[in-house]
Ligand binder design. Sequence first.
Ligand SMILES: Cc1cc2nc3c(=O)[nH]c(=O)nc-3n(C[C@H](O)[C@H](O)[C@H](O)COP(=O)(O)OP(=O)(O)OC[C@H]3O[C@@H](n4cnc5c(N)ncnc54)[C@H](O)[C@@H]3O)c2cc1C
Length: 389
Amino acid sequence: MNKKADVLVIGGGVIGTSIAYYLAKQKKKVILVERYDHAAGASGSCDQMIIMQSKNPGVHLQYALASAEMYKTLSQELDYDIGYHKEGGMILIETSEEMEVMEDFVARQKEIGLQVEILTRKEAAKHQRGLAEHLVGATYSPQDAHIDPMKLNLGFAYAAKKLGVEILLNTEVTGIIQQGNKVTGVETNQGTILAPLVINAAGAWAPLIGQMVGLELPIKPRRGQIAVSEPVAPYVKGDVLSARYIVAKYNPDILEKSDDRAVQLGVGLALSQTEKGNILIGATREFVGYDLGNTREGIKEVLKNATRLVPGLKKMNFIRVMSGVRPYTPDGLPLVGFVKGLEGFFMAAGHEGDGLALAPVTGKMVADIIEEGKTFMDVSAIDPNRFNL
Ligand SMILES: Cc1cc2nc3c(=O)[nH]c(=O)nc-3n(C[C@H](O)[C@H](O)[C@H](O)COP(=O)(O)OP(=O)(O)OC[C@H]3O[C@@H](n4cnc5c(N)ncnc54)[C@H](O)[C@@H]3O)c2cc1C
């Protein structure tokens, strides 16, 4: 195989396919290569939340809000039902210390424009049944939503294909072709593809692609384990997180210092119900390299935590487990943009636990930057060169 394109995208997850779709709308000749199949990475082994409340108040939340706007009409735009439902979401609060942190978080989120409020336990119980008595309250936002991640991934892929994107599955990038400090294409296990622009959208595997061009990317795989229930009648309303989820997400150092095993494993509640009725119960946040297994201990702690916060779940049967690796970055923001000193190499990875929420806006911003050299939002906070690559 010897092929040529204007742009070569590495990775067929939600980020790579979103980018391919928005670039094709700009009339670029795009080839996307994926070593296995769509949703083979984190995009196929995750929860389903398009949640605003978990985002750090600041650019993180601003990008998520821009994406949330795009989600409202994305099924129509892609001509593919991505299972979008906007049912709001809550973050459960267990202690007065957590309440203090969340009050500050909520105040700052409101300043960015998120509709969010603090509820008493009694008010929270009106939104979600089965909650524990010891909760002191919850935050609530009507702007939280969810989608089906597999359908999102396929929706972007099919729409991209309709616009002429060539998608090569079972095609693994094995090397990057360079002339001096200029990237000119990739080597794959199926042959060579020449392109003056290569986009690294390989999620948690992006650092391995980076190594092919001598870059030490600060992205690390962070495993999340999830338990799945049998399908049941509607039980979980919207997205339900716990304040400990927020701590686990943004403060890995605190977790490592704790003696509590659940805390060490980064367990924080992430609860939602699929269209078919299965309840997704997450999750751990662990640095165990590319180990994609599930552990008895991890799942036990996830379920213990969930039933402690929502005892009503005790009557459900759990039938399946899964795990995926989030692409973690030290500041919680992805790396999106051209890499200085390496012409033709563009980064679009590192979305940690927010890749679904940020997929549409990432694709749009990347396509704008490539086509016009600028986009509708300030992207300096996600510039990959902030890490002095
Ligand atoms: C347990 C868990 C729960 C989550 N819940 C949520 C949630 O509720 N909401 C949310 O917004 N986000 C959530 N996330 C995060 C979200 O899943 C990720 O941020 C997102 O899927 C990342 O997408 P991606 O396309 O960058 O990476 P991936 O989906 O991992 O795609 C990368 C692709 O690159 C391919 N690849 C790798 N190396 C090569 C190579 N050499 N050649 C060709 N292809 C290659 C891989 O096979 C893979 O398909 C969760 C993640 C986990 C693990």
